[in-house]
Design a protein. Structure first.
Length: 121
């Protein structure tokens, strides 16, 4: 009785075929660079320059608007993370200011708390 893997090798089944070119993920910035290059020259030159297929270039051109949105969302996320890290480092100062304001019956806005965290007292 033959094993299943032996049967696949003998039958020449396409189930176990491997792509000649290994798949590689590209981030939104890279895809936008390729798209811009394709617009300034042509799809074939851009594909050769960046080592992708012409089919990839065409698909990315169709996705351009979504890629630009992803890119801007990523930038906004990075800005938020940096601001959060600054606020986290100065949390003791923020707490002190909020408690001090509350002691004297003063209210403090969220914007004021944020500014205290970024710039200090």
């Amino acid at each position: 009785m033959e094993r299943h893997s032996d049967q696949l090798e003998q039958s020449g089944s396409k189930v176990r075929q491997v792509n000649k070119q290994e798949r590689r993920p590209y981030d939104a910035n890279s895809k936008i660079m390729v798209i811009n290059q394709a617009e300034s020259s042509n799809n074939c030159r851009a594909a050769k320059k960046y080592g992708v297929t012409e089919c990839d270039v065409k698909r990315w051109q169709a996705q351009r608007k979504r890629l630009q949105n992803v890119n801007s969302l990523y930038k906004n996320q990075m800005i938020f993370k940096k601001a959060f890290c600054v606020l986290k480092k100065r949390s003791h100062l923020i707490i002190r200011v909020v408690l001090y304001s509350g002691q004297y019956g003063n209210s403090i806005t969220t914007q004021e708390v944020f500014l205290v965290g970024l710039h200090g007292e």
